[in-house]
Write a protein that binds this ligand. Structure first.
Ligand SMILES: Nc1ncnc2c1ncn2[C@@H]1O[C@H](COP(=O)(O)OP(=O)(O)OP(=O)(O)O)[C@@H](O)[C@H]1O
Ligand SMILES: [Mg+2]
Length: 358
């Protein structure tokens, strides 16, 4: 549904060039909710703004719903221009966008805000009003049509933002940190709304977030951005099954002190079907080793039950190659925690904290 090929974006300021996107190949399938995470400055907003060509890519292509937007932007132009072509404007009206700070017009009522894009699309007053009320009903705000944005809570404002984004009957919804300004409870209800819209309308959602909980709650797939590139991507089950995946570790952290000199720490991941307890005791019996459980958790990731356990085996890694191989043969995913690596909490900070905070 959304494909970017070798997408680059270089911002040129007076004294320097900043490469915000450095060859991004993104592929979002129709009907999925796709999350992009990464630390501040990684290029997430640049990516989403390039997807609807609010920002003109420096090179590469963007295809949304089978239309090459980068080509539409160029069509019929002899000289490059900032103004969108009518073709691009039409294609863009089929892509909804939701913003962190809602971007509502304070002088207009809630209904007036939702009607704004419908005015631009040229609908008559009656049609606008009918459509706006229908959309407000869809986001659960039918009774607030005549209120002004200042009279709404943050979550309600974001619902208006979502209703407005749906005005052009988009196939695709883009969301840049739509829940970052909201408290956890309101975040959950807005995420539920996005998930409902995804299911009811078949809407494809590309969302940017710095919260792993958001990915865990609503995303089918996710990508990690770093320094203008996508360093990991896949469906959540694929990521969880990828040895050494940073995203998997963030999605599903287990705590517990890491390896010392005389033991090997491993994270064992199992998906619903694999029962670990007998496997761990079998391992202990078979190789006559004492196993310490340092941490364990069950969670739902992408709608599936997943378990993870951090265990310590006596002796250095070289002495544990065979037991680790045994666990892998049983279909468990085993990641060896490098000696000296801290608890999961610290890795999370490294991945998502703003650059300055480290
Ligand atoms: N209009 C602009 N002009 C110049 N540089 C820009 C512009 N917009 C973004 N940048 C730079 O491009 C890089 C990527 O920025 P971007 O906003 O895409 O990051 P981000 O991942 O969305 O970060 P955050 O999580 O803080 O929102 C940063 O180094 C930023 O300073
Ligand atoms: Mg951003």
């Amino acid at each position: 549904m959304i494909t970017t090929t070798d997408l680059t974006k270089v911002y040129r300021t007076k004294d320097r060039e900043i490469t915000a996107l450095d060859g991004v190949n993104l592929h979002v399938r129709e009907g999925e909710v796709y999350g992009v995470v990464g630390q501040s400055g990684a290029g997430k907003s640049s990516l989403i703004r390039c997807v609807n060509l609010l920002e003109r890519p420096t090179s590469g292509t963007v295809t949304v719903a089978g239309q090459d937007l980068t080509a539409l932007a160029r069509r019929g132009r002899r000289a490059p221009s900032r103004r969108p072509t009518p073709e691009l404007r039409a294609a863009r009206s089929r892509i909804g966008m939701v913003f962190q700070h809602f971007n509502l017009l304070s002088s207009r009522t809630v209904q007036g805000n939702v009607e704004l894009p419908l005015e631009i699309l040229g609908l008559s007053g009656r049609e606008r009003s009918r459509k706006a009320l229908e959309l407000l009903d869809l986001v659960g705000l039918a009774d607030k049509a005549r209120a002004h944005p200042a009279q709404l809570s943050g979550g309600q404002k974001q619902r208006v933002g979502i209703a407005r984004a749906l005005a052009g009957d988009p196939k695709v919804l883009l969301s840049d940190e739509a829940t970052s300004a909201l408290d956890p409870e309101t975040t959950r209800s807005v995420l539920r709304l996005l998930r409902d819209l995804n299911e009811q309308l078949g809407l494809t959602v590309l969302l940017i977030t710095h919260e792993m909980d958001v990915v865990k709650a609503v995303c089918d797939s996710a990508a990690l951005m770093r320094g203008g590139r996508i360093t990991e991507s896949g469906t959540l089950p694929e990521l969880l099954a990828t040895p050494g995946s940073e995203l998997a570790r963030e999605l599903f952290p287990v705590s517990g002190a890491a390896s010392g000199d005389r033991r090997t720490t491993v994270d064992v991941t199992f998906h619903g079907e694999t029962a670990t307890e007998p496997l761990i005791s079998q391992l202990a019996r078979r190789y006559e080793i004492d196993i310490s459980i340092l941490g364990a958790a069950m969670d739902t990731v992408g709608g599936r039950q997943v378990g993870r356990m951090r265990i310590a085996l006596p002796g250095p890694f070289e002495e544990n190659v065979i037991p680790i191989g045994y666990l892998r043969e049983q279909g468990l995913q085993v990641d060896v925690v490098p000696p000296g690596e801290g608890a999961a909490q610290e890795t999370e900070t490294a991945l998502l904290a703003p650059e300055g905070a480290r």
